[in-house]
Design a protein around this ligand. Structure first.
Ligand code: ADE
Ligand code: ZN
Length: 367
């Protein structure tokens, strides 16, 4: 029978032999964190999903919602859950304000000091029928409220739905240009990568760059080839990269990106590897292990925390407990997160000093 770890849904138990103590857990929680890869709709609390469904009289049974939030052996595909939110649950800017504020509150409880998170405007505008400006304003207000209430900073990354027409991506950038706000930092691209390679979206990326936005892209996820990582970096000219695991299949290219210092946001609970690697070898064979060996700068994240049943502290814990990284490696990952964050140079310098001092202090009892 498959041995699973109750803490993170269907993540197989660690084979590394490292015993995680309460002191470790306190450490993973206390370290200051940047979260650079989280999807707003993948961070909706279970009870909020139920409340929104009731409010909008969505034709979704309670049992189906509960199934969305269960990570058993056959979890409902995350992307399907996100489509349901767009279709039935989000009806106005207040709903977006609520889920953003709650996401940031949950992140702050795990010492996330800075969050950069994705939201797909195409679904909100085309499916939920909320105008871009109104929707963005609801999210930005929540960022401001959360920063006042939880002492954190956050940035929004409107993200291209790559399953939609590339012209929708161009339209998205136009919407962003028409509704500039300091909290809106740049663009991303997500949803199903299969048959939707990055080059289809070159125009949106070019326009975004020309308008002064930062850029990132999901590439090399779902086992999609390293060529997508190469295209995202060389053609779309992204500032950082999300997932990127198949880069390990091309060590020469990996060496190039190691030298360039581009940051890869990685997700220890990514469902593709949970589905495809044998549970008994899952932790050993995961490409995340090999990325730092190739010199790549990685940074761990939750992606869809409430659906993956993982929180930011546990994402860091998994790097230690399952992937065999030590405290020095985690320290490096923290620096990578600060380097990859879309913040001004003075803030970067300050955090490099103060967060590392905190990290070192917190690590002392574990040494
Ligand atoms: N949207 C939410 N989570 C995602 C993921 N892991 N990959 C692509 N799109 C997503
Ligand atoms: Zn993602």
């Amino acid at each position: 029978m498959k041995e699973t770890n109750e803490t993170y849904g269907n993540v197989p138990a660690s084979r590394t032999g490292i015993e995680i103590t309460d002191a470790h857990r306190a450490f993973f929680k206390a370290i200051p964190k940047a979260e650079l890869h989280c999807h707003l709709l993948g961070a909706v609390r279970h009870e909020t999903f139920v409340a929104l469904a009731q409010k909008s009289r969505a034709p979704i049974e309670r049992a189906e919602i509960d199934a969305f939030y269960t990570r058993g052996d056959k979890p409902v595909g995350v992307l399907r859950v996100l489509r349901a939110l767009d279709e039935y649950l989000l009806t106005g800017p207040d709903d977006l304000h609520r889920i953003t504020y709650e996401y940031l509150e949950d992140a702050a409880a795990h010492n996330v000091r800075h969050a950069e998170f994705f939201w797909n405007p195409t679904g909100t505008v085309r499916v939920s029928k909320i105008e871009y400006g109104d929707a963005q304003a609801g999210i930005v207000q929540a960022i401001r409220d959360a920063s006042r209430d939880f002492g954190m900073s956050a940035r929004l990354i409107p993200s291209i739905d790559r399953e939609a027409d590339p012209d929708e991506a161009v339209a998205l950038v136009e919407w962003m240009k028409a509704h500039c706000a300091d909290e809106v930092a740049g663009i991303g691209i997500d949803y199903r990568e299969n048959d939707r390679p990055p080059e289809l979206f070159w125009k949106a990326y070019r326009n975004a760059r020309e308008a002064g936005f930062r850029t990132t892209a999901h590439a090399g996820e779902f086992g999609m080839p390293w060529r997508n990582v190469e295209t995202a970096i060389e053609l779309l000219k992204v500032d950082r990269l999300d997932h990127g695991y198949t880069i390990v299949d091309n060590p020469a290219l990996a060496a190039k990106y190691a030298a360039s210092g581009i940051v890869f946001t990685v997700v220890p609970t990514n469902s593709y590897y949970l589905r495809t690697l044998p549970p008994e070898h899952w932790a050993e064979r995961h490409p995340i292990r090999r990325m730092p060996e190739l010199g790549l700068k990685i940074h761990p994240n939750t992606d869809d925390p409430t659906l993956h049943k993982v929180n930011p502290s546990e994402a860091w814990e998994l790097m230690f407990s399952h992937f065999g990284f030590g405290l020095d490696d985690l320290r490096g990952f923290m620096i990578n997160g600060i380097d990859g964050a879309w913040i001004d140079p003075a803030t970067r310098e300050t955090w490099r000093t103060s967060w590392l001092a905190e990290f070192d202090n917190l690590a002392k009892p574990l040494a």
